[in-house]
Design a protein around this ligand. Sequence first.
Ligand code: SF4
Length: 250
Amino acid sequence: MQKKERYEAFVDYFSKHQPQAETELHYTNPFELLIAVILSAQCTDKRINQVTPKLFERFPTPESLAAATSDEVFSYIRSVSYPNNKAKHLVGMANVLLNEFHGEVPSDINDLQKMPGVGRKTANVIASVIFNAPAMAVDTHVFRVSNRLGLTTAAKTPLAVEKQLVKYLPQDKIHIAHHWLILHGRYICLARSPKCEICPISHFCKYDEKQNTAAALKKKEAAELKKQQQKAQKLKKDKIAKELKKRAVK
Ligand code: SF4
C-alpha cells in the first residue's frame, strides 16, 4: 500500500466511525482549555479533570489567576505532575494573556508560545481545538500511532512527525486527526502492548511489517556477528598451527 492510500484509508475509517472525536479534557471556554492543556503535560487527562473544577471556580478569569500567588495555585494542583513549575506557569501565562493579549487567548501559534508553559504542542492543541486551525499537536500517542501505522517514515522528532502528518492529511481533517490518533493510542494502540487483535485498522497498519523487518535485521546482524567470530577463531587457530609447525622444524 502506498503512503497516499494509507492516509486515505486512515481518514476514511475515522471519518466514518469517529466523526465527532474531541479532547477528553473538560473546559467551557478557551481560557480554561489553555489551563487544562498546560496542566496536562506529562499527566493524564483524567487526573487533570479531577483538579480543574475547583481551580476554574477559584480562578475563573485571567485577572483572578494573574493576581494569585503560585503557592495558592499550587494548593489546587498538587496532585498533578510537576505542580511547582505548572503553578508558576499558570500565573505567568495569565499575566502575559492580560498584558499582551487583552485577556483573550490568541489563535496564532507564535503568539501562544509567548506564554509560560506553552510550547509548540500546547499551542497546536489550542489552535486546533479552539480555532479549528490545521495544526497537529504531536504527543506521545500521536508520535507512536502514526509511526506504527506507517503514516510517518523515519520521523525521529515530534516536529518531523508534525510536518509529515500536516503534509499528507487533507487540510480540513488535520485538527480532528489529532484526536483520532490520540484516542486510538490511548485505548487500542497502547504503548507496551497494542491490541492489534481487536484493532479495526490493522489491515492497513505497518506495525507487523516493521516488527518483522526489525526481527529479520536483528537475525541478519546476529548471523553476521557469528560469521565474524568464527573467522577470527579460525585465523587464531591457523596462526597457532603455523607457529607450532615453525617450532617443530627448528
Ligand atoms: S494494528 Fe496494532 S500497531 Fe497497528 S494501529 Fe492497530 S493496535 Fe496499533
